[in-house]
Design a protein around this ligand. Structure first.
Ligand code: PLP
Length: 381
């Protein structure tokens, strides 16, 4: 099955009792047993729910994986991965990563005796200098957020394999439409389903996809034991959203490319971060591991003043100023004070995340309206 066909059909069967073509919302907490232990595979909805099962199977198919697991948020999914570890274990993570991931690593799991190293992974060889006998997980995000660096998943996969270390990739920005980390050597793919997979800014959810049966068992145990599972209504909405993932992504990429080029030629703009540019430092890796370049773009304004960033953000109409990304509507954000506020300023600036940086999630509106919107807001600085 090709991608668009999988998005619509994988994991989804007409309901056997009625023929309903859409997976029903199984709004139930429990399931009747004929005799103790004699049931139809469903006992309690924290453990299993048929709407969630359909979604988990669909997500697994999209990532070319064997098993999917859904969580009540992206951070709930990351939480489950770190709970595979023990006190004393060490994690090597991308340094330019989602602020909430940085927060759960440093503010929650460091207290439980897990040590995190945040490093640039643009040269995968540097990872080896941080590996100790205690290293149990390599955690990568690519494209990185918000600097849009690209990390070579296949090369890191080789390092992880060589040292027998679990390798997880946050694939939220790229989506399975653009990139499949399991095919490139990752052990776990993680998604904030909240973003492109849901696609309509109406659900918060997370997911993991793995191939290994034992890893699936351990994660499913944590999923059930810790209980961060999504409800069936949300699973239904995401199943519905995914049916147009391929169409939405095509337009996100097309609009993203047009906006990136528009900004690059704009006299008030300093830098534009988008992996589709030939002069992007990791453009070749992006071309190798991604099918297109996505709809996420960051840029800085020439005067590099926080006031100018505020002026632009206050005057945009279609790029609503809001946290999150990946919905059909365009969004704008100010990472230094929003998504990345939990990362100390010195840490932020080390990776180029300056106060004037604006991040765009380019939606699927008509491109002329989006360009005009940016143009009029930039005219005010
Ligand atoms: C949003 C996001 C998360 C966290 O997901 P939630 O669904 O908000 O918990 C993790 N990683 C990335 C890259 C994200 O954009």
């Amino acid at each position: 099955m090709k991608f668009g066909t999988k998005a619509i059909h994988a994991g989804v069967e007409p309901d056997p009792s009625t023929g309903a073509i859409m997976t029903p919302i199984f709004q139930t907490s429990t399931y009747v047993q004929r005799s103790p232990g004699d049931h139809k595979g469903y006992e309690y909805s924290r453990t299993h729910n048929p709407t969630r099962t359909a979604l988990q199977n669909n997500l697994a198919a999209l990532e070319n994986g064997k098993h999917g697991l859904c969580f009540s948020s992206g951070l709930g999914a990351i939480d489950a991965i770190i709970k595979l570890l023990n006190p004393g274990d060490e994690v090597i993570s991308t340094n330019d990563l989602y602020g909430g991931s940085y927060r759960i690593f440093t503010k929650v799991f460091e207290r439980y005796g897990i040590k995190f190293h945040f490093i640039s992974m643009e040269d995968p060889r540097t990872i080896e200098t941080y590996i100790t006998p205690h290293t149990k997980l390599i955690w990568a995000e690519t494209p990185t957020n918000p600097m849009m660096n690209i990390i070579d998943i296949e090369e890191i996969g080789k390092v992880a394999k060589k040292h027998d270390i679990l390798f997880g990739v946050d694939n939220t920005f790229a989506t399975p439409f653009l990139q499949n980390p399991l095919d490139l050597g990752a052990d776990i793919v993680m998604h904030s389903v909240t973003k492109y997979l849901g696609g309509h800014s109406d659900v918060v959810m997370g997911a993991l996809v793995v191939n290994d049966d034992q890893l699936q068992e351990k994660l499913a145990f944590i999923q059930n034991a810790c209980g961060a599972t999504p409800g069936p209504q949300d699973c239904f909405l995401v199943l519905r959203g995914i049916k147009t993932l391929h169409l939405r992504m095509e337009r996100h990429c097309e609009n993203g490319a047009a906006i990136a080029r528009f900004l690059k030629s704009h006299p008030k703009i300093d830098k534009v971060y988008w992996p589709g540019f030939e002069d992007h430092p990791n453009h070749d890796i992006a071309k190798k591991q991604m099918r297109d370049f996505g709809g996420m773009i960051s840029f800085t304004i020439k005067r590099n003043k926080i006031e100018d960033a505020h002026t632009v953000l206050e005057n945009l109409h279609y790029f609503s100023l809001a946290e999150s990304l990946g919905g059909v509507e365009s969004l704008s954000g100010h990472p230094a004070s929003m998504t990345h506020a939990s990362i100390p300023k010195e840490e932020r600036e080390k990776v180029g995340l300056v106060d004037s940086l604006i991040r765009l999630s380019v939606g699927i509106e008509d491109i002329e309206d989006l360009k005009n919107d940016l143009d009029q807001a930039l005219a005010k600085v």
